[in-house]
Design a protein around this ligand. Structure first.
Ligand code: DX5
Ligand code: ZN
Length: 216
């Protein structure tokens, strides 16, 4: 079963409570929460106080994508604020095992993220410590970018690495996901799809979530 994680980066921030409440009704599985620090990526978004505020508004798991330098510095803050899932970029953290264990010891799900220029092999050593691997299909920093087609072969390579070891790690894909690119990712072995603009700009977000889940 494919899970859909709408990115609230594309929500209406003046009506965040309304948009978060809609996600469950639309059939979303997770809430994707994009944290940007203006260093690792050239943009700023939101942090732990916003997560604390939205936490009581939904029962869906909140999937925190940390696009920050040295994410391990901030892990305790996001655990405290109620993150269910935390992913950290391999390009941004020197001590991946320690950071992943820190998340898992708190009883939450942990994962690593690979930028488009980072090969699948960068996740190999830490796979047993990951509940998910997030494949960026755009260079992170902004919503609404175009899907990078080379992401598909990386997803397939990760799927092989995971299956060969008998692991049950999810493969999540983030950036430029619409029903067409969703189909390519699902065929390659992805199990979780993040979508911002495709959902929040849709006339029928619930229908779009159904289309993304099945591909087109
Ligand atoms: C990009 C973020 C994504 C982004 C996806 O830096 O990590 O989660 O919000 O937005 P869309 O689906 O519009 O590409
Ligand atoms: Zn993201």
């Amino acid at each position: 079963m494919i899970k859909i994680a709408p990115s609230i980066l594309a929500a209406d921030f003046a009506n965040l409570d309304r948009d978060i409440a809609s996600l469950h009704r639309w059939g979303a599985d997770w809430v994707h929460f994009d944290v940007m620090d203006g260093h690792f990526v050239p943009n700023l978004s939101f942090g732990p106080p916003v997560l604390s505020s939205i936490r009581p508004l939904t029962k869906l798991p909140i999937d925190v994508h940390l696009m920050v330098e040295e994410p391990s510095r901030f892990i305790p803050w996001f655990l405290q604020a109620g993150a269910d899932i935390i992913t950290i970029h391999v390009e941004a953290e020197n001590h991946l095992h320690r950071a992943l264990q820190q998340i898992r010891e708190a009883g939450r799900k942990a994962g690593v993220v690979l930028n488009p220029g980072t090969p699948a092999i960068a996740a190999k050593e830490v796979l047993p410590y990951c509940d998910l691997v997030l494949v960026m299909s755009v260079n992170p920093g902004y919503g609404g970018q175009k899907f990078i087609p080379e992401s598909v072969s990386k997803i397939a390579e990760l799927r092989r690495m995971i299956d060969e070891r008998g692991l049950i790690t999810d493969i999540e894909v983030d950036g430029g996901i619409n029903p067409e690119t969703a189909q390519l990712c699902i065929d390659a072995g992805a199990t979780v799809l993040v979508a911002g603009n495709a959902i929040f700009q849709a006339n029928d977000p619930a229908g779009t979530i159904r289309d993304l889940r099945c591909g087109k």
